[in-house]
Design a protein around this ligand. Structure first.
Ligand SMILES: [Zn+2]
Length: 89
């Protein structure tokens, strides 16, 4: 997990339904990712829409989706739908 909390502006937003399906896809494609997120974050509160950010991983064109809140920081814990890396936003 990157400890660098970026000030990047969100790229877009998505509905709760879209967010949930993207997170489910990322978990299915990356072994151990769901357990990692569960151990490092706390559950999101219910919201109608969520921000989406561009993944900062070099060479990755994926998007970051909200997966939880960081346990140790005031930040959203996000997961990339393409490379499976996690970032705080
Ligand atoms: Zn990525």
């Amino acid at each position: 997990m990157s400890s660098n909390i970026s000030q990047n502006y969100p790229y877009s937003s998505e509905t709760e339904e879209e967010r949930a399906s993207q997170i489910a896809r990322a978990y299915a494609a990356n072994a151990g990712l769901a357990d990692k997120v569960r151990s490092e974050s706390i559950a999101l509160q219910q919201e109608g829409r969520w921000w989406v950010w561009k993944c900062p991983t070099e060479g990755c064109s994926g998007l970051l989706h909200s997966a939880g809140y960081a346990r140790n920081a005031r930040a959203v814990y996000t997961v990339c739908d393409t490379c499976g890396k996690t970032y705080l936003r």
